[in-house]
Design a protein. Sequence first.
Length: 668
Amino acid sequence: MVYILNALTIKCLNKGKSIMVRDNNTYFPSSKWLENAHVNSIDKYNEIYEESIKDPDQFWTSVADRIDWYKRWDKVSDVDYNKAKISWYLNGKLNVSYNCIDRHVESGNGDKTAIIWEGNDPSEDKKYTYSELLIRVKKFANVLKSLGVKKGDRVCLYMQMIPELSIAMLACCRIGAVHSVVFGAFSADSLRDRINDSSCKILITQDTGVRGVKNNIPMKENADKALINTPSIDSVVVVKRTGVNIEMVDGRDVWWHEETINASEDCEPVEMDSEDPLFILYTSGSTGKPKGVLHTSGGYLVYASYTHEIIFDYKKNDVYWCTADIGWITGHSYIVYGPMSNGATTIMFEGVPNYPDFGRFWDVVDKHNVNQFYTAPTALRALMKEGNTWVESRNLSSLRILGTVGEPIKEPEWKWYNKIIGKENCPIVDTWWQTETGGILISPLPAATPTKPGSATLPFFGINPVLLSDEGEEIEGNNRQGLLALNTSWPGQMRTIYGDHKRFFDTYFSQFSGYYFTGDGAKRDKDGYYWITGRVDDVLNISGHRIGTAEVEGAIGKANGVAEAAVVGFPHDIKGQGIYAFVTLMTGIDSSEIILKSIISSVAKEIGPHAKPDKVQFAPALPKTRSGKIMRRILRKIAEKDVNSMGDISTLADPSVVESLIKGSIQV
Ligand code: PRX
């Protein structure tokens, strides 16, 4: 049972302060978890948290022993936020693929299932043991070598959720190549820009992809379009997923299956420095150009591994499922590196929650006896809307822990998750983190932390969140709201923006000296619990996907007839946030279906279909200050239909613009 905590008092230390939880909307971890969990009480959490903050070097030293090192580090950390300089486990040597595969085989767990691949179609699944995975990874690592890939080279992976994606990632880290996974829904243009930004040498893709009712996603065709302008790419490796006919370019393109069949099964892992790059993952920021977030080997692996074990209370025989796409950080840290470094059985799902019907997630849980299930609130909202019959016909009794990530979870879907999926028997971990953080920073621990629907609760061990005022003053005490920042580092933190360290400093460390600024707002409630209130910069969160308003505006601006566009978010029932575009056309051009279509297709072409606007409003002019800056605050209010609390509009160059925007009609 999950107990609702009523007038119960729990002493909890957060940032050295005592907090009390006695809210009647607080859920207490079920008693059956208390005994065997890794962290089995709030007192234990407090004790470890306190130690981790008091002596971080000692704490992160003991945590890092979970990883096999060729050589231990000389110094635990060297961090200077004023220079954006972050290093962990200095001069430590390891190999990530060795830690994720070989060591499990060597310790006698070679026959354990490493990956359960569940295809888009329910009839398709595959299992790979750790021994089988090792052979495949070694073979593909040799293929990469034969194509001239060397330590430090960048390899772009543009794939759907097929096993070869994980194999390719692990093969890259075996030989020290740096992978850059580009989410399979990104357009050819986005792929091209990402390849060029990090000068990737090789691209790995697939013929076509399947996802829900889409059974021919033109992956190779998109790749070919991108490759017209990518001078750094020497070769393309193509996985045959669907077997449809595709063009292969002589001298450039090779088939995965043909190259691997005779490849050697011998490939020693390369010794990597702790601070050698592991991967680049592009994410959106407040400018039009995505940032190549760079993570390095030692600290990232330690952090992904430890958080996976503790936050999901992972145990040796568990079947763990994170439904994310590996194209995003959640898939990197909590499908591949975290679970596999722990020798877990991790599920990789190619499909979508509503195909062939709305019970698909629960079929997979039932079929594979999933113990930990980790998903996004947007998926829960979409499924909740379809009613409970899809759930009731499936056996979910294997579930022990439920998780969410990517966006704030609201009370209705939290309660539905708790009651209908977890049968009031599974703690929910609402995990807050970012591409930049590498792993979870704020989250309940399932058998320790009383939870409140919608709150990510308390910081993980070693994590020091603070709330800042707009002026950068630390906001002390509870019942306060501010900008969420971190004043110390942790091993999983990103190290730089690929090729642009100045941008790294400017984006995260320049606004508030001595802090890593997350870009999120948060409030700390009376009990010291954190509630993430959302982005405070120009970044949208659409179905848990991060999209910069500037990127969408740039794409709209490329459509014929468009003079200017401004994009804001608005509350969306399923997606959490939707995209609302205000568009001004060139003089003499009238709004029309054709223009609307060209706007939508320009966004799909420049970014990908996931960034298409939900609403477009043609506007004669946009609200600008006298210095020409668009006042998005006003546009947000209009998009949210909250025009009565518009605030001061007197600084606008032309306040009458607002009236015409309020009266204007929406086109999509
Ligand atoms: O705004 C926060 C939101 O997602 C942002 C990070 O997005 P991304 O780098 O794509 O990583 C998503 C997966 C880790 C954050 O700045 N976010 C993430 N988790 C939560 C969240 N907002 C509220 N609650 C969460 N649990």
